[in-house]
Design a protein around this ligand. Structure first.
Ligand SMILES: Cc1cc2nc3c(=O)[nH]c(=O)nc-3n(C[C@H](O)[C@H](O)[C@H](O)COP(=O)(O)O)c2cc1C
Ligand SMILES: Nc1ncnc2c1ncn2[C@@H]1O[C@H](COP(=O)(O)OP(=O)(O)OP(=O)(O)O)[C@@H](O)[C@H]1O
Length: 372
């Protein structure tokens, strides 16, 4: 296994909107409603998974039918990933064969002992990949056994040995797979000669002066630059979590907040106040959001845990304790800070709510279907 830091090393790891998001910013996602639908991957439904020898698949091509195979962990399904998959789709169309995306679950970094904060939960990653239009999405269960396979063993067992016969394999420049990261581009290229496939190494998509990578996007999110993260992702970043009980003071302050505990390992800003949307039951509510422990109430309960945020949804008043909710992070409004008085805190949060209202209105935007 190669080191977890190696760029593109996998072991060390219906395209409606792809075209629109190429070469321009997130505004290309269209209306606020369309942008939310696309950011959350609600425009498509994943088919039921079917088991295969090394994992499972969504959709199916004929066993050993020639195909174009695009391989990667694809955390975030960012614009570099989209570019690579779009290239695979073009090649597949020219060759008259289906497109298969091969990915891994869990993310290889989790098994290799170098877990990275995740830009997408697994099902969201699969949905974003499926939205790019492959005929099959193949998922290899990433276990220590799989991690220990050499590139030759991986190809012979988990690819050719599990019903896939690619005539073209597409990866990013600098990609490597297999134990010790041995399966570099030149290495895979020569293995392909013996196995009847060509290897296409796609130059990395660069935006705003550097290659797009999950690591770079994680850094932008951690620093609170959710707008830049959105430009690199080609969609708005969002997180999911469960609504928990808080101190119960928000209602008395005049802004009830949904306290959200996100899944462990979710990529979140360190702290800060953001404008965005809360998405529940297929509707999106403009929201003012505080990420992280509120500095005025340090260490007074669940807020001290990592992965915590709270959001006041404009125009919303229902009991949603225990419900799951997605929070889509638009832009950062200000840093979180301690307040000397509740009055000052309330007045400042109200100003933030007004900022959200000015930008996104109040009350729900009905999205296509309930958040799955
Ligand atoms: C938009 C928004 C901004 C906030 N900003 C801060 C802040 O800067 N400092 C702080 O200590 N708490 C901040 N909070 C957290 C509030 O103090 C907290 O929501 C309130 O005390 C209610 O907490 P409870 O839901 O646990 O009762 C913010 C909350 C929201 C919704
Ligand atoms: N900016 C990019 N442009 C084109 N292809 C890319 C880009 N970034 C990654 N890829 C390719 O996409 C596939 C999936 O990448 P993977 O998630 O496995 O790891 P990675 O290369 O480390 O990417 P990242 O750091 O963005 O997660 C790989 O074939 C990889 O080389």
């Amino acid at each position: 296994m190669a080191s977890g830091k190696r760029a593109g090393a996998i072991w060390c790891v219906r395209p409606i909107w792809c075209e629109a998001s190429r070469g321009c910013g997130v505004e290309a996602l269209g209306s606020p409603r369309d942008a939310l639908v696309r950011s959350l991957g609600l425009e498509c439904t994943l088919p039921a998974p079917k088991p295969c020898q090394w994992g499972w698949r969504y959709g199916q091509i004929d066993p050993h039918e020639h195909c174009v195979l695009v391989i990667g962990a694809f955390d975030g399904v960012h614009r570099g990933h989209q570019d690579l998959i779009r290239q695979g789709a073009l090649q597949a169309r020219e060759l008259g064969v289906p497109l298969v995306i091969l990915t891994f679950d869990p993310d290889p970094s989790a098994v290799l002992g170098t877990p990275e904060p995740q830009l997408l939960l697994t099902q969201d990653r699969f949905r974003q990949l499926w939205a790019l239009g492959p005929q099959e999405l193949r998922v290899c269960a990433f276990t220590e056994k799989l991690a220990a396979l050499s590139p030759e063993e991986f190809l012979d067992r988990a690819v050719f040995g599990d019903g896939l016969s690619p005539c073209l394999v597409c990866v990013g420049e600098g990609f490597a797979l297999g134990a010790q990261g041995k399966g570099t581009v030149p290495y895979l290229s020569s293995l392909g000669k013996a196995r009847g496939f060509r290897l296409l190494a796609q130059p990395l998509l660069s935006l705003e002066g550097a290659p797009v990578s999950a690591t770079r996007i994680r850094q932008e999110i951690a620093s609170g630059d959710t707008l830049k993260a959105a430009r690199l992702l080609g969609r708005r970043p969002f997180v999911r979590g469960t609504v928990m009980r808080g101190r119960g003071q928000g209602t008395s302050f005049g802004f009830p907040t949904a306290n959200l505990m996100c899944a462990p390992g979710t990529a979140l800003p360190a702290s800060g106040v953001f404008a965005g949307f809360g998405v529940l039951d297929g509707s999106a509510w403009p929201a003012a959001i505080n990420v992280g422990e509120p500095p005025t109430f340090k260490s007074q309960g669940l807020q001290s845990s990592q992965g915590f945020l709270e959001a006041t949804l404009l125009g919303f008043s229902q009991d949603i304790y225990g419900d799951s909710m997605a929070i889509v992070l638009y832009e950062r409004l200000r840093p979180s800070r301690p307040f000397d008085s509740f009055e000052e805190l309330v007045a400042t949060v109200r100003t933030n709510m007004d900022q959200v209202r000015e930008r996104y209105g109040e009350g729900p935007l009905k999205l296509i279907s309930p958040v799955r």
